[in-house]
Design a protein. Structure first.
Length: 390
């Protein structure tokens, strides 16, 4: 009787593809050594200076600059060792049917190396001291091999959640996202292994706040308005961003983003839409350039005399709901003004209004007017009137 396999057929295929790709890329180093060449790797630079905003595609992309990681270069030897070590750990996990987390990779590679210096004294050095070191090496491997960590079945904490009239296949199981009770489906760390079976929805609503997501879910928003309802629970993880991208790209569903009216909420929207600076090499798979910022905006709060837009809040409500901006909020707003993707007439108006009023508003404040106001007035009105900030 053959050995029982507990992993899904989808995982088996992904594991094989990743192992073959990783092995082939690092065999190139062995080939260099056999041919008498210095072992080295050319790795794309993951720096701000090598991050390019493509206005036409509305994406943050990694530029063409690369650096050489050479084993015989004293400045690069340690990083070279870390890169090869990390690759070997990942490869072993793939061929051994394991599912390491990024934290696992840190511990598996952390050990002490003893060596003698030029004076013959015994010295010790750790392969890496903190997880941020091993995480950086993992990102180098991603860009060097052309595989995301999700492709290599490296897991991370689940963060985003989704509910809606939709069936998916995860592993070998079919999951009905409309039958989650009061809960929701936690978006798995490997979203490309999810198969969309059927969907009965007209749009996707991404909500920054988990608490607001829960309110809308329990009130039946996604049923009433035929929506796929998602929360990023703050700054979105890679799995949630990829899941949203696939819903838009493969199913053609419009994507609307709902965040707090503050610079941090607006940046969360931009991460969904154009990508992030630190992970620009992933933008083509993770960002959703067609996503629209539904709100909350400063002109939703105060109105806009230039366009005749009326505020959603009365003067009394503004007095009760508005929060005074902190110094960190103001600093962040000024940083946003320097980003190319925020240099549009509408966004410049919003940010200047924020700096002028030095006030912010949480999504919950709109629910403070009553959940039905948020669910049946604010969100539908914004979508129907196409009142988006771009």
């Amino acid at each position: 009787m053959g050995e029982l396999r507990f992993t899904s057929s989808v995982d088996v295929k992904a594991r094989k593809n990743a192992a073959e790709r990783l092995r082939a890329k690092f065999l190139e180093l062995v080939q260099k050594i056999l041919e008498g060449e210095e072992p080295s790797m050319e790795i794309p630079k993951r720096t701000l200076s090598n991050t390019i905003y493509d206005r036409e595609r509305k994406l943050l992309l990694l530029g063409p600059e690369k650096f050489e990681r050479n084993f015989l270069d004293m400045r690069e030897a340690r990083k070279f060792m870390q890169t090869v070590l990390m690759a070997s750990i990942i490869y072993e996990a793939l061929v051994n049917d394991e599912y390491p987390t990024i934290r696992d990779l840190y511990y598996r590679g952390k050990h002490t190396i003893k060596y003698r210096d030029h004076r013959g004294r015994t010295e010790e050095e750790n392969t890496w001291d903190e997880q941020k070191e091993s995480d950086a090496v993992l990102r180098d491997i991603e860009v060097f091999v052309g595989l995301l960590r999700e492709d290599m079945l490296i897991l991370s904490k689940e963060k985003g959640k989704v509910v809606g009239d939709m069936r998916i296949r995860s592993g070998d199981d079919v999951i009905d996202l409309s039958k989650m009770g009061h809960g929701a489906y936690a978006i798995e760390p490997t979203p490309d292994l999810i198969e969309f079976l059927d969907v009965n929805a007209e749009f996707v609503l991404v909500v920054e706040k988990d608490a607001v997501f829960q309110q809308l879910h329990r009130a039946g928003f996604w049923k009433k308005y035929k929506a796929i309802l998602i929360t990023s629970a703050g700054q979105p993880d890679r799995a949630t961003r990829r899941f949203v991208r696939r819903l838009n790209e493969e199913l053609g569903l419009p994507v609307y983003i709902l965040t707090d009216a503050d610079p941090y909420g607006w940046y969360i929207y931009s991460v969904f839409r154009i990508g992030s600076i630190t992970l620009s090499y992933e933008s083509e798979r993770l960002a959703t350039p067609n996503a629209k910022f539904l709100g909350v905006s400063m002109t939703d709060i105060f109105g806009d005399p230039k366009t005749g837009k009326k505020p959603y809040l009365t003067e009394a409500e503004r007095k009760n709901f508005i929060i005074k901006a902190k110094k960190t909020d103001i600093k962040r707003a000024k940083e946003l003004m320097n980003y190319e993707w925020f240099k549009t007439p509408k966004w410049e108006r919003e940010i200047k209004l924020f700096l002028e009023k030095q006030s912010k508003l949480e999504i919950e404040a709109l629910a403070g007017k009553g959940l039905r106001f948020l669910m049946d007035v604010y969100i539908p009105t914004k979508i129907q009137t196409q009142d988006f900030i771009e």
